[in-house]
Design a protein around this ligand. Structure first.
Ligand code: HEM
Length: 425
């Protein structure tokens, strides 16, 4: 049985960073974050069972900490988790080390293996032609649902999953299993999404990780025997200091790309569509002028900010936002809060597809860990809206959307809609 969750209520507004259920009510979450940005921008959160940390709520300080990667490290604990869970998986040797858990030369060398693959020119060559075809297929799937669907579950979940799995060389028939496994490895907090109420998250996590490692071993062996230009082959045949990656490192690399690459993008797709449905004038403006789609996508990414946080640890004494930190202190970088900071974004609580500085959002982070898949995510989202909007004759909400209760990666888990979509021309 999982340990019962602690009572976070004594933390007041600052509970929003540690209590996963707070994320399920986005309105209340954002109201609390706004109060903190104005009155207590780096609150200290000290709860039994977790490392004490300060939450960084404002855009300026999140960016400053990210840019100073020699002073603030990711470490192996770059995601906020209960200490018992970390210790248990570490004791069993089951904590995977991926890019987000590395710093310095190790991070540079490991990232260099795939960095060029994710650059726009290579992406255009590898998947530029394929994306519009896939986008069409998933918009066509809306036709099959006959005018009503849960867009989050029926469409948004599967399109980025299919893109990422196909570039990783996963067979389409294996995708549902891979979805289940990757959600268990990186998203096991919300019982509706990653696991089941009453199951121990560590057990879920470890069983899923072992199965993923086994699966990806097969792909690695295949690409070593028959190299191609895809990302799976790039990882399988990559070398650091002349040595290929070991089985667990290879599985970790595939897994971080698989997991980072779908929930994030699907959450943005569903959250972006919801915001457009709620503001028909902007939906119309985007339909009338598709050249606005790239900026609208930047704004949707700011709006949704599906990666809620990453952690950093100070490697020396430091001062952040006027607060003195000691070596070893932890910071939680709240991208979700920073992206509603009204000192950077005018009217931050409004989705504005024409926002001039939409690209100043921190949803992809900034600095050496800047999201490796940022261009890919943008290309996917743009391709989908390019296909959907000209064919979308009508759309409305068909019930209340629901958000995931997770502290790490999240967004809508339900978006019931009614619509009329034209068949492809
Ligand atoms: C809208 C979609 C996405 C969002 C909002 C997002 C967000 C982020 C964030 C916040 C980080 C950490 C940045 C930092 O610490 O400074 C990150 C890292 C990363 N992302 Fe994404 N991501 C998205 C899509 C993707 C996709 C499609 C991939 C697929 C390859 C991907 C792969 C990665 C990887 C591998 C890292 C680790 C990079 C490193 O530590 O060097 N992401 N992402």
């Amino acid at each position: 049985m999982p340990a019962p969750e602690p009572d976070f209520s004594r933390l007041g507004d600052a509970r929003i960073f540690i209590d996963r259920t707070a994320y399920a009510d986005q309105g209340a979450w954002h109201a609390a974050a706004e109060r903190l940005r104005k009155t207590d921008p780096l609150p200290l959160i000290d709860v039994e069972g977790y490392v004490p940390f300060r939450a960084v709520t404002r855009h300026a300080e999140v960016a400053a900490v990210e840019r100073n990667h020699t002073l603030f490290w990711n470490t192996r604990d770059s995601v906020l988790l209960p200490r018992a869970r970390v210790e248990q998986s570490r004791a069993l040797g089951m904590d995977i080390k991926t890019l987000i858990h590395m710093d310095g030369a190790e991070h540079r060398a490991t990232r260099a293996l795939t960095n060029d693959w994710f650059k726009p020119a290579n992406l255009r060559q590898e998947i530029g032609q394929k994306l519009p075809v896939l986008a069409r297929r998933f918009v066509d799937r809306m036709l099959e649902h006959d005018g009503a669907c849960d867009f989050a579950r029926d469409i948004a979940l599967y399109y980025p999953l299919h893109v990422i799995m196909s570039i990783l060389g996963v067979a389409e028939t294996d995708e549902p299993r891979m979805l289940d496994l990757t959600q268990k490895v990186f998203g096991g907090e919300d019982p509706d999404v990653g696991g089941r109420e009453g199951e121990d998250p560590v057990v879920i996590f470890m069983a899923a990780l072992a199965e993923l490692a086994l699966y990806f071993k097969g792909i690695t062996d295949d690409r070593r025997a028959q190299p191609t230009t895809d990302i799976a082959s790039t990882i399988a045949n990559g070398r650091i200091d002349g040595q290929p990656l070991g089985d667990l490192e290879t599985a970790g690399y595939y897994s971080i790309i698989a997991t980072a690459g779908h929930d994030t993008t699907s959450s943005t797709l569903a959250g972006g569509l919801e915001a457009l449905i709620r503001d028909p004038a902007q939906l119309r403006a985007l339909k009338d002028d598709p050249s606005r789609i790239p900026n609208a996508v930047s704004e949707m990414i700011r709006w949704v900010t599906p990666v809620r946080h990453f952690m950093r640890q100070a490697q020396d004494d430091a001062v952040v936002g006027g607060v003195a930190l000691e070596k070893g202190d932890w910071l939680l970088l709240s991208y979700l809060s920073a992206n509603r900071d009204d000192t950077v974004f005018a009217e931050p609580f409004r989705l504005d597809i024409g926002r001039a500085n939409a690209d100043e959002h921190l949803a992809f982070g900034i600095g050496v860990h800047f999201c490796l898949g940022a261009h890919l995510a943008r290309m996917e989202l743009e391709a989908f809206f390019r296909e959907l909007l000209p064919r979308l004759e009508h759309v409305e909400l068909d019930g209340a959307p629901e958000s995931m209760a997770t502290t790490f990666v999240g967004g809508l888990k339900r978006l019931p809609i009614r619509y009329r979509v034209r068949p492809a021309a």
